[in-house]
Design a protein around this ligand. Sequence first.
Ligand SMILES: Nc1ncnc2c1ncn2[C@@H]1O[C@H](COP(=O)(O)OP(=O)(O)OP(=O)(O)O)[C@@H](O)[C@H]1O
Length: 358
Amino acid sequence: MTTEAAVLKALSQIIDPDFGKDIVSLGFVKDVKIDGSSVSFTIELTTPACPVKEEFRRQADEAVMALTGIERVHVNMTSRVTAGISDKLAIPGIANIIAIASGKGGVGKSTTSVNLAVAMAQTGARVGLLDADIYGPSVPRMMGLSGFRPEVDVEGKTIYPLENYGVKTMSIGYLVEENKAMIWRGPMVAGALGQLLGDVAWGELDYLFVDMPPGTGDAQLTLTQKVPVTGAVMVTTPQDIALLDCRKGIDMFNEVHVPTLGIVENMSQFICPHCGESSPIFAEGGADRLAQEYKTGVLAHIPLDMRIRELSDSGTPVVAALPDSEQAVAYRQLAGEIARKISIINRRKIDIPVTVQG
Ligand SMILES: Nc1ncnc2c1ncn2[C@@H]1O[C@H](COP(=O)(O)OP(=O)(O)OP(=O)(O)O)[C@@H](O)[C@H]1O
């Protein structure tokens, strides 16, 4: 008769490519049950967005089916998103805070943040999106929530996030008139951002994406000083000037010890809506060279595509409106890559615990 030990031995052939260890010694295999010729067990991953989830399921099924006398295998895939250990005060309930940043304005940071957040939520993760672009908030429009106002509990000093496409969102654009150009000074930016982070009832979140204003100013400093940021994603277009500013952004995050998860090259190629041909109108290869120089990676190349613009600007992000499109696949792959990088960073922190001095 097959024993639990035999099942675990069979499953220990499966190696997680990111951690370089087998899934049994990583503690991913749980609840092994054997009933005659049937075996069931759970594989608990570090993220529901794991790009090799289906591959693990297939390998696990095959490995256990190969045991003598086994006729049925039920693999239950679940996940528990890991949070990094930090010496900073975390926001209770939020496992990971990820800054989506760019050196230069208008490179598509908000478009990327919105599509990424919705794509991540589609994997089953609990996702929030904070629009920290105090000067020009575009999340309300891109999330189809323009004109909506959040519930505010004045006595309890709590603001309740708005939700669409499975993503909880908060933006200064819900609280003040959207078209009002905001001429705020540094301390006011810090105050507003602090409130958006601390006074919002986010609940339990696996990932809170923060759509940063462009540049390396007060908002970036406030965020990194106030909360433990798991990592930053840099969005750039392929032109030299955008890459130069992207470099400054990476340098800034390095200085405040926030790891760069990678670079998203947006408007990478122009896809002709008539013939489908792609043209590198903003040059080629720049983001890859920058990634090499900074020993990070390019997380995705997102094309310059009319549907991405039309759908995002009209409040139905392409991943929600056309989930089977090539564009949606690109954003889902980006979500998977980011989830992978975060799992690796958090595992490292657990393996080598941070020592808090003083
Ligand atoms: N891949 C893309 N293909 C086509 N249009 C895009 C793409 N990415 C962004 N855009 C469009 O470019 C414009 C600017 O994008 P977005 O507002 O996301 O940039 P941003 O970097 O957040 O700007 P800001 O610096 O003002 O915050 C929007 O109209 C958006 O729809």
